[in-house]
Design a protein around this ligand. Structure first.
Ligand code: DC
Length: 230
């Protein structure tokens, strides 16, 4: 990359803690935090509201192309066509629909171009499934965040309980496994660890410990969070 932007790409399965971590790391570095899963969730929510069949690839592509998705820079709020949908897109049925919608090539094309635009003028911490492999294959820092499936389910259950939702760890584990299987096995930009990504297994680690590992990786690959002139 010839400019001074830095891209920190964080990929990994559902519930690995990508969003919480990416938000904190972005804040520490003064970079934009971009949660690409929220974009797929917003398109899925719109499709559900309009009763568009999740098998209707053409219509889903049209929705993705015309959706106005705004990601709050500091607060992580998500706007869809001007409406705040932050809480609604966290629902389990929206996550499931997002996983289905994200397998549609035309949807991915539309969101890919928005994601690249968002990082045109800024250094970013972008998290998702295909950031290091497809969206920014030349990212200076690539991390693949993973954790034991049961730990991922427990963390997600805790989050849901904190938000006042029912949370059965076994149900959540089943939902995460099914979603990961679909995300890993789709044809277009599947969830995969890029060959040059650093695997960080967060099982048994605190958020602070994971943050420190990631910040150390960023410092090792850049000049203390700044691009090295080239
Ligand atoms: O990160 P998340 O759980 O909010 O993502 C919801 C779904 O969106 C996930 O199951 C797969 C899809 N997704 C994707 O295909 N590519 C991304 N870069 C981010 C999310």
């Amino acid at each position: 990359m010839s400019d001074k932007r830095i891209i920190v790409a964080i990929d990994g399965p559902a519930g690995a803690g990508k969003s919480t971590l990416a938000k904190r790391v972005a804040h520490k570095l003064g970079f934009l935090f971009i949660n690409t899963g929220a974009m797929y969730r917003a398109v899925a929510l719109w499709a559900l509201r309009l009763n568009v069949a999740l098998s209707d690839m053409h219509r889903l592509e049209q929705l993705a192309q015309s959706a106005r998705i705004e990601l709050g820079l500091g607060d992580g709020r998500v706007l869809l066509n001007g409406e705040d949908v932050t809480d609604e897109i966290r629902e389990t049925h929206v996550a499931e629909a997002a996983s289905q919608v994200s397998a549609v090539p035309g949807v991915r094309r539309a969101l890919l171009s928005m994601q690249r635009q968002m990082a045109e003028r800024n250094s970013v911490v972008m998290e998702g499934r295909d950031i290091g492999s497809v969206v920014f294959p030349h990212a200076q820092v690539k991390i693949f965040l993973d954790a034991d499936p049961i730990e991922r389910a427990r963390r997600r259950a805790l989050e849901l309980a904190q938000d006042g939702h029912d949370a059965n760890v076994e149900d959540i584990a089943g939902e995460l496994t099914q979603r990961d299987l679909r995300d890993r096995n789709r044809k277009e930009a599947p969830l995969v660890q890029a060959p040059d990504a650093q695997l960080v297994d967060t099982t048994g680690l605190s958020l602070e410990e994971v943050e420190e590992i990631v910040l150390r990786l960023v410092r090792a690959r850049t000049s203390n969070g700044k691009a090295v002139a080239n």
